[in-house]
Unconditional design. Structure first.
Length: 869
């Protein structure tokens, strides 16, 4: 017991010494907040208060918010190292500010609009002629603006008021609607027993990112490791804050509370913000390029910017940005990296069932993720076989190499990626071993091909090492007295004791020096070595420790040795004096810090309202994008239809011209009789009526409304054919149809648009892939038991299998960009699936027509029975 105390005290002394030494060397960095103190910044407070920033060598100053402070400007001008920002960070980036997002804390913005129950404002359409307290023209509220626009509400009919940031203005009817945070204002209204309505952009499809942690390009270029460490420590703080909401709320209530927010309100805020941080089961801090691109597209569509940015430059990828251009190309070209392990390292790389798992395996997975390389395990039966494999180039790297290895002449080593503790296992009755000299002349078992055998021989040349086949054999020999002890890793020994030797074997000591492990690669593979080194640097020590803790559970067994009592007491007394001195020092530091915190807290009181100004413009953007897509395809189809009409009009116009000329000639020759004149005029009139009908059909096809009407599918189809047939015949395309009479109630113009898209798609394919003769398009429209079926197929040779699954994607086209936009099939799918609740599919088929084998694409549309009349 005394020895356990001695070692604990000694460890505390060492830790104190190093902690005190390193405290003087902490990097001073600053974090600019975007609003006044509240739970919105809890993770940063926790990371500071719990020492997470100090753990990575940083002294962080949290800079208070005040009106007039612009966080992106602070970072851009190097007045702050890091800052918390809104989704308008994208606009700042497009305006040439050198800022880079490290993560997005909230997967959906907390910004909402609120109205009171008793006002009758229960939908966005009720906003017309009402007072809206928010700066709606501010681009920071793009999701709010989009949400309102999506409901077809004219902004000119809204009365916008300057935000007072006082919820009582809503309660006292000084405004009808107010922008607020879902995590704060609803709580205030609930406490007042006031009913309210929430208008939340994410419920309309606009789940915008919020509360970016960002820094500058300059900081990344010059202090990249510090950026990585700050990001990881901050996320660690947020994990703790969301796992301990009440404790965190109490900290904010006591130390960061210039707004005088109640403890219950802070707890409520924490719970609501946690939902947004993990919205849709996202990982904490997730930031996806696709979503950021969609947000920026929303700004463009709504006219808030006409600039472009590279999203990859805006989002910091600490895994990929670490690498040079050559290294990135190496990663791109390298399909997989073959890795060999040491199968004897139980709980490090293999378990008792010969499965690949353990501490090193988990860390290698982190390296794989960090490097973007794909590692492929090559199974071997022993460490010697692994060595043989890498010499034969069957493996590209070894995962548990030692610098003391005989391989150092054949391979190059990466940086150390982990230190593994080595322990001494003995029988139960052996006293605690605190000095390797006590093992002199004793037989010590070590697995014969184990990675660290050279390490032990180098560090302890007088050690009497007896090689054994595996650790279990060594422990059996310890039990039988053939060996005094077995040395192995703490994970391996711990696993063996817990599974087989719980009452017979104990850990009696620890080797002073940990075993450093490295990755070993072939000498000619410098790219792989450099990539792995950078990946090793990117892994947080905290992550490594979590992995080690996951796999190691061990208790050191030590017996009492009275000869060291006085030494222990002396150590205890010295440490006690040091701790006493340190406590006095800490008390003084705490007093100074408390004064600073009190001072800072008084300055940070005004932060909650301005973040409530930026979500309003998002909804309309997505809807506007859909409208633009629809308009594009209609314009493209309209061009096709105009060409068809031009073909169709040639003959009727020729008839009119010929008839009129004949009348004139007969008149001039004085041979025109009245009967002939009437017949000619009837011909001209009938032809003109035909042209008028064509124009009317064309106008109906592209009428911009989406009214639900009663129509007959057969009539609709033949109207389409009447317009396009002349064009199709001119290029030798035969349309063969079999159409049933089916009445429908629905959006006839949209169904027409889909059919025209599919017919034109077949026409283009036939022109591209088929000779001029034997060109066919088959149209079958019929009614099944449950659905209306529309089938359109051709003999153009089908669609390539490697692109068939992509043809319904927006902007995907196999045509030249001057010939196709890539949105026709996408919009057809959108119309059928979303507007008609139907299905559209495509397949390549072979079929027979007139004793000829044909092959082409078949598009099949199913419209549910309920859509039929």
């Amino acid at each position: 017991m005394i020895f356990k105390l001695k070692n604990l005290i000694y460890l505390l002394f060492i830790l104190f010494h190093f902690q005190y030494s390193f405290a003087k060397e902490l990097d001073k960095v600053s974090l600019q907040l975007s609003w006044f103190d509240q739970f919105q910044f809890a993770g940063y407070y926790i990371a500071k208060e719990k020492g997470f920033y100090k753990d990575v060598g940083m002294d962080v100053k949290i800079k208070k918010f005040d009106f007039g402070i612009n966080a992106p400007d602070e970072v851009h001008n190097k007045k702050a190292t890091f800052a918390v920002g809104r989704e308008t960070l994208l606009l700042d980036r497009s305006n040439n500010k050198n800022i880079v997002a490290l993560y997005a804390l909230f997967q959906a913005s907390p910004l909402i609009l609120l109205s009171l129950d008793n006002t009758g404002i229960n939908s966005i359409r009720n906003f017309v002629n009402k007072r809206i307290m928010t700066t709606i023209d501010d681009a920071s509220e793009v999701s709010i603006k989009a949400m309102i626009s999506s409901q077809k509400v004219d902004f000119k009919k809204l009365n916008f008021l300057k935000h007072s940031h006082n919820i009582m203005d809503l309660v006292n009817k000084k405004t009808d609607v107010i922008s607020a945070y879902i995590s704060k204002t609803p709580y205030d209204l609930q406490k007042m027993n006031i009913g309210y309505n929430v208008f939340y952009p994410k419920d309309f499809g606009f789940d915008m990112y919020s509360d970016f942690l960002f820094t500058s390009e300059y900081e990344i270029k010059n202090n990249e490791q510090r950026v990585i460490d700050f990001k990881n420590a901050s996320l660690r703080g947020w994990e703790y804050a969301f796992s301990n909401i009440e404790e965190t709320a109490k900290l904010i209530f006591e130390k960061y509370n210039e707004q005088n927010i109640s403890l219950d309100a802070l707890i409520y805020e924490g719970k609501e913000l946690k939902k947004l941080a993990y919205y849709k089961n996202a990982n904490l801090g997730d930031i996806k390029k696709e979503k950021v691109q969609r947000i920026f597209d929303l700004y463009n569509v709504m006219g808030l910017t006409n600039k472009t940015i590279l999203i990859s430059d805006f989002i910091y990828d600490n895994n990929y940005n670490l690498f040079t251009k050559g290294e990135k190309q190496y990663i791109k070209n390298r399909k997989e990296v073959n890795i060999c392990i040491n199968p004897n390292l139980i709980s490090l790389e293999k378990n008792g069932n010969e499965e690949y798992q353990g501490i090193l395996k988990d860390i290698v997975e982190l390296l794989q993720k960090s490097s973007n390389l794909k590692f492929n395990l090559v199974n071997t039966s022993s460490w010697n076989e692994s060595i043989s494999f890498i010499k034969q180039k069957k493996c590209d790297l070894l995962s548990s190499a030692s610098l003391f290895s005989i391989l150092k002449d054949d391979l190059v080593f990466t940086k150390k990626y982990i230190d593994i503790p080595l322990v001494i296992a003995t029988k139960k009755d052996v006293s605690f071993i605190d000095n390797m000299s006590s093992l002199k002349d004793k037989k010590i078992g070590v697995v014969k091909d184990i990675t660290f055998i050279q390490f032990l021989k180098k560090r302890y040349p007088k050690l009497n090492i007896v090689e054994v086949d595996n650790v279990q054999q060594g422990l059996e020999k310890v039990l039988k007295g053939k060996l005094f002890a077995q040395i192995d890793t703490i994970a391996t020994i711990s696993t063996q004791i817990q599974e087989y030797y719980l009452t017979d074997i104990k850990i009696s000591g620890k080797i002073k020096d940990n075993l450093p492990l490295f990755l070993a690669v072939k000498k000619d593979d410098n790219f792989l070595k450099n990539i792995l080194n950078k990946s090793i640097d990117s892994i947080d020590d905290f992550e490594k420790q979590k992995i080690i803790n996951k796999w190691i559970s061990i208790e050191y067994k030590k017996t009492f040795d009275y000869s060291l009592v006085w030494k222990i007491l002396l150590f205890f007394f010295i440490v006690f004096l040091i701790l006493l001195y340190r406590q006095r020092l800490l008390n003084k530091i705490n007093e100074v810090l408390k004064e600073k915190v009190d001072e800072k807290t008084k300055e940070l009181k005004k932060l909650n309202e301005s973040l409530e100004k930026r979500v309003e413009e998002e909804v309309e953007r997505n809807r506007e994008k859909d409208r633009l897509l629809s308009q594009q395809i209609k314009m493209a189809a309209m061009g096709e239809m105009l060409e068809n009409i031009a073909h169709q009009w040639r003959q009727p116009l020729s008839i009119i011209s010929t008839t009129a000329s004949g009348i004139a000639m007969q008149k001039n020759a004085d041979i025109l009789d009245e009967t002939k004149l009437i017949e000619s005029m009837d011909t001209i009139n009938e032809t003109a009526q035909y042209l008028s009908k064509t124009i009317e059909d064309f106008r109906n096809f592209y009428e911009p409304n989406k009214s639900i009407v009663f129509f007959n599918i057969k009539n609709v189809y033949f109207k389409i054919k009447n317009i396009i047939n002349s064009k199709y015949e001119s290029i030798n395309i035969n349309i063969i149809e079999k159409i049933e009479n089916v009445d429908l109630v629905g959006l006839d113009s949209e169904l027409i648009q889909v059919i025209i898209n599919l017919l034109n798609n077949s026409k283009d394919a036939l022109e591209l892939n088929n000779k001029e003769d034997n060109r066919y398009i088959f149209v079958d429209i019929y009614k099944s038991k449950k659905d209306l079926i529309i089938e359109i197929k051709d003999n153009a040779g089908g669609i390539s299998e490697d692109i068939k699954d992509r043809i319904f994607e927006p902007y995907f086209t196999t045509k030249h960009k001057a010939q196709g936009t890539g949105i026709g099939l996408y919009m057809s799918q959108e119309i059928i699936t979303k507007h008609m609740n139907g299905e559209i599919s495509v397949e390549n088929i072979s079929y027979t027509f007139e004793n000829k084998e044909l092959y082409g694409a078949l598009f099949k549309i199913k419209i549910p029975q309920k859509m039929q009349a």
